[in-house]
Design a protein. Structure first.
Length: 267
């Protein structure tokens, strides 16, 4: 039988950043089936808006713009509503309030993986959420001008937007530890969602709404997604959409990392 010499110190060995990242992400993904209330609204709400918008506005839009596939025009809107605000931030708040997060911080786990592991799980989740919405579009006759590869890029770009936005609820979760504040973080998206080309093409907007849409990153994301459906491979539109995702992601991730440092720093 082995004995630990008196006065010796036993330290847990670090597993490495990648191992920590996958462990945190795996735990978050395994928890998803136990919380169906997170998934159902993320699918029901975009499908509802898609059906209402297409049913109510399609005849008018096609009358105004002629040869215009309003179903394809609206599908990216449904995707954005499906993936925006979907995160494990509420789970993080539960961990903070239960003390589990604090217990993790006294282990050798990488501090960065505490946030990035959850975000990796979010990326897998939001990509999974885009698939039923895309399938719905295909069932009703929407087709990708860019072909199968364009559909793959469409899903990935939607997933990256969902990931970029998750920094905001994580920043709120880490800063406040308040579930109500995290649940209200989706309200940040409403100006992005409606002050843009949600219902009409950019050329149909006028006045202050047109000006605001010029500075709204969702405008360029929608243009990129729609190009894959309606045009094909439009490098300018795709680069604009990617730049919008990177810009929003840089802001949200900076806020989340600052909140993480504040949560980890001693009082």
């Amino acid at each position: 039988m082995n004995h630990v010499p008196a006065g010796s110190t036993i330290r847990a060995r670090k597993a490495g950043f990648a191992r920590d990242l996958f462990s945190i992400a795996g735990r978050a993904i395994r928890a998803v089936p136990r919380e169906p209330e997170v998934l159902y609204p993320a699918l029901i709400i975009p499908v509802f808006f898609f059906a209402v918008n297409v049913g109510a506005l399609r005849p008018l839009a096609e009358q105004m713009f002629g040869d215009f596939d309003f179903r394809a025009f609206q599908l990216p809107v449904a995707i954005i509503f499906a993936v925006t605000g979907i995160s494990r931030a509420s789970e993080l708040v539960s961990d903070i309030r239960s003390g589990y997060f604090d217990r993790l911080t006294i282990t050798p786990v990488s501090r960065l993986s505490l946030l990035l592991g959850l975000m990796a799980a979010d990326l897998a989740l939001v990509i999974a959420l885009t698939l039923p919405v895309v399938a719905m579009g295909l069932i009703i006759g929407v087709r990708f001008a860019a072909g199968f590869l364009g559909a793959v890029v469409f899903v990935l770009l939607g997933g990256l937007w969902g990931l970029a936005f998750t920094g905001f609820p994580y920043a709120i979760a880490l800063k406040t530890g308040n579930p109500a504040a995290v649940n209200s973080s989706f309200l940040l998206f409403f100006p992005f969602a409606f002050l843009t080309t949600t219902f009409l093409p950019k050329e149909a907007l006028s006045g202050w709404l047109s000006t605001v849409a010029d500075f709204n990153p969702v405008t360029y994301l929608l243009e990129a997604l729609r190009s894959l459906l309606l045009v094909g491979w439009d490098a300018g539109a795709l680069l604009g959409g990617l730049a919008a995702v990177v810009g929003v992601g840089a802001v949200s991730l900076t806020l989340a990392l600052a909140a993480l440092r504040g949560r980890l720093s001693p009082d």
